[in-house]
Structures are given as C-alpha cells and as structure tokens.
Design a protein around this ligand. Structure first.
Ligand code: PMP
Length: 452
C-alpha cells in the first residue's frame, strides 16, 4: 500500500514537490503580479474554481492563439485544455473574431433578434437536426430551462440523472448515490432544499435501475450526456442509449441529451454521429466559438405539448431566459462558428490528431507497464490512472487519483502542455499541430519514466 495507481508514494511526493517548485521558480512576474493584484478577489481568484488548478498559483495568460497560450512570464504552452471545451475549435477562430469585430460596431445587446439570428437558426437545424431552438448564455442555464419544459409538459417533479454526472451548476442535478439512495452532494454551498424531492440518481449503464426509477411514475426527464465526460470518461455500453430511449418512451419521461462536451464526437455531436433521438437537446461552451452561448431545442412534438401548456399558464415570470441571452453578438458568433468553423474538415483534423494522441499515450502506458488506460471520444482524449474500461460513476470515482493527477498536470505544464484540471482530459482542436501532440506524448513519457 505504498503504491498509488502503481506508483510508489515516495516517488510521487518527490515528483510533486520538484514540479511545484519548478513552476513557481520559473514565474517571478506572475508571482509578483498576483501578489499585487489578486487580493481584490475572494480567495485571490476571480472564479473560485481557478484555485482547483494543480499548480501552486494560476498562470496569468497574456494571449492565446490557435491551440497555444502565452503567459506573462513568456512561456508558450500547448493548450489541450482549451477552456474545458469552450475553445475546442481553437482560440479566437478567425471567422468568429471577424464576426466579433463587425458586430462590435453595431451594438452588443438589445433584446431583439437580428437577421443573423434567423440564419443561425437554419444552421442549427442543419448541424444538429430539426428542433425548436432557444438561446441561453451558459449550458447550465440551457439545462435548467430544458428541465422546466420537461416538468411542465409531463406534470412530473423529478429529473433522473446518473451518478457522477455534471450538467453545470443546475441545483437539481447536484445529487449522488449514497447507500443506494439519492442525496445532495456533500460539498454544495448553502444547500437548503432536499434534492431527493426533485431528483433521482442511478448508475450509468444500469438500465434495470433506470427502469425501476421510471416505473415510479414521477420522473419528468432523464438528463444525460451520451458519454460521461465529467467523471473520468465512461462510455455507454452497447444498447444503453437504445434502452434509455425505449424505457423513457414506455414510462412517459422525456429524454434530454446534453452534448456540451460530446460535441467533440463529430459533426452534430454524438447524437448525430450515433443516431440518438432526444426529446430535448442541449449544447453550450464552444457552440459559438467561445462567445458565451448555449443552445437548447425540443422536437416538434414536445414543442406542441409545450405550446398547449404555455397557453394555459398564468402570464408572468416563466423562470426561463436571462437578459443578455440571445444577444446580437452571440448570433454573429454562432452563425460564423456553425458555418465556417464547425466543418467536416475541422472534425477530420481533430479526429486524426486525437487518434494520434490516444495511440501515443497508450504506447507510453504500455511501455511503462502502468495499470492505466486511455479513452477517446472524437477529439476528446483522457488517460485514467486505473485499469479500464470504467462502467459507471462509482467506478470512475474510485479510479480518480487527485494527488497523482495533480503532480502529472504540473509536470506536463512545466514541459509545455496544459491539460484540463479536475481530471485528465485533453482536446485536439482543428488548429492543434502534430508537433504539439508529439510534444505532449514525449512529456508524458518522461514523467512516467520518473514515476515507474
Ligand atoms: N453540461 C456538461 C456536460 C458540462 O460538462 C458542463 C460544464 N462542464 C455544463 C453542462 C455546464 O456548462 P457551463 O459551465 O458553461 O454552464
């Protein structure tokens, strides 16, 4: 038991200490700037998650272009985090940057649509399939609103989610499985409502548990990612999605597919690539090339049910929408991104690069005899410091090795590659170069050489 995921603990501690020191020593400017300015923020960061990066203090980014960041100490870093998918198509894609410059002279927000909005609507249908769309600013909001519609049209209270899921800071989905029961996640800040009244949680890939939950008759919707991407990476087993679709129809629940991360799967997302047929469809983050935008849509059938509901409800607050949503800047970027950035050619490049990356990481893992594995979903690659495949959130939770992963992340960064915090996710953008991928594989090899 002096081993963590096959790594000797003493060896891990010395790597972690060495890499943390190296990161800090190399960044005097960053350190001085943070000392001078960070105190204005709660916990010294403008968004508290930024403390969850593994290095001793955050990098201060000077600029980002393509798939590369430059920090204020002058380090050029290959970016495989890409804003945890917000910049999956690269930083400031040229068509989106042009659209921003153009729209910047024409007003930023006016709570009225534009012609670009109409064009973006047609593009959304072409890319994702025909839905009745709405625009939100974050995927969190898009999921919240989709859930409201599902509850409205079914008249049922609960959402069914999978253990280990993440759909943004949607209160109702912040649940976990504990001794076979649904309870609120223990880290939630200021939680008052009993979430087991509004949510039920079961394990991913467990259709019989899904059926037991649905049979109670109080589930409005199943909300799921096609692949669990926020809890290591857990792939659906053969027949799982068909089963979800069949069961949700049988028991009168709606199926909400959240493609916010699995948009990495290919053009139109996992749903398009694998012919899923959700009742409600959500995608955010990179859909407008990095401009804060999310889209959510419902089938004509759900739209008809919602129209009936909407006509009967008392007028006034709906609980959906936010003031800055569906603004002209979002539409300018959405249109540019859908038409000119999210192309078959872009996805072909991403897929090819991600395959090169996952094959390379696999080779390194094998060469060092590490009991680890690699999973890929289109442009999204993750190494997991445990044997695989993982079947569900519980297995993913025990596969997660925070201390080991943090040391590897900092060591990768010191060798010029940034990967996503929280877990070991890497994205390949349409502008990621082969040599950036090879550098990451070589750095990974160097680190595993020290660890094993
Ligand atoms: N859905 C999924 C699947 C996500 O991974 C995330 C964020 N990681 C969200 C929704 C929420 O996105 P946002 O933080 O932009 O609201």
């Amino acid at each position: 038991d002096s081993l963590v995921a096959g790594v000797d603990l003493a060896c891990l501690s010395s790597l972690a200490a060495r890499e943390a020191k190296r990161f800090a020593a190399a960044r005097p400017k960053t350190r001085a700037a943070l000392e001078a300015g960070a105190g204005a923020y709660l916990g010294d960061v403008p968004m508290h998650w930024m403390r969850d990066w593994p290095m001793p203090f955050p990098m201060l980014v000077k600029r980002a272009e393509g798939a590369r960041l430059t920090d204020i100490d002058g380090f050029r870093i290959d970016d495989f985090c890409l804003g945890d998918t917000g910049s999956m198509f690269g930083h400031s894609p040229a068509p989106v940057a042009r659209a921003i410059r153009r729209q910047a002279r024409r007003g930023l927000t006016y709570m009225l649509p534009t012609e670009a909005a109409l064009e973006a609507g047609a593009l959304l249908n072409r890319r994702f399939g025909t839905y009745r769309w709405q625009i939100a600013t974050t995927a969190t909001d898009a999921n919240r609103f989709a859930l409201r519609v599902a509850r409205a049209v079914t008249g049922r209270p609960k959402v069914l989610v999978f253990n280990g899921c993440y759909h943004g800071t949607v209160d109702d989905t912040m649940v976990e499985l504990h001794d076979g029961h649904t309870r609120a996640r223990q880290g939630l800040v200021g939680q008052v409502e009993d979430l087991s009244l509004v949510a039920e949680v079961v394990e991913f890939n467990d259709l019989s548990a899904v059926e037991v939950a649905l049979a109670k008759g109080d589930i409005a919707a199943i909300l799921t990612e096609p692949v669990m991407t926020n809890s290591c990476m857990v792939l659906p087993q053969a027949g799982f999605h068909d089963g979800l679709r069949t069961l949700s129809r049988r028991y009168g629940a709606l199926l909400i597919i959240d493609e916010t991360h699995t948009i990495s799967s290919g053009l139109g997302g996992y749903s398009r690539v694998h012919s899923l047929s959700p009742d409600l469809f959500v995608v955010g983050k990179c859909v407008a090339g990095g401009m804060p935008t999310a889209v959510w849509g419902m089938t004509d059938e759900v739209a008809a049910r919602f129209a009936e509901y909407d006509a009967r409800r008392p007028s006034g607050h709906s609980g959906m929408g936010t003031t800055l949503s569906a603004n002209p800047m979002q539409f300018a970027c959405l249109k540019a991104n859908l038409a000119e950035v999210m192309t078959p050619e872009a996805y072909a490049h991403m897929e090819k690069g991600a395959e090169r990356l996952s094959a390379g990481l696999r080779r390194v893992i094998e060469a060092h005899g590490a009991p680890w594995h690699v999973v890929r979903v289109g442009a999204r690659v993750e190494f997991i410091c445990a044997p695989g495949p993982l079947k569900n959130g519980a297995e993913a939770a025990s596969a997660h090795q925070p201390a080991l992963e943090a040391a590897i992340h900092t060591a990768l960064l010191n060798r010029g590659s940034l990967i996503a915090p929280f877990h070991n996710m890497m994205l390949v953008s349409p502008v990621t170069r082969k040599r950036q991928i090879d550098r990451l594989i070589a750095a990974f090899d160097e680190i595993l050489t020290e660890l094993f």
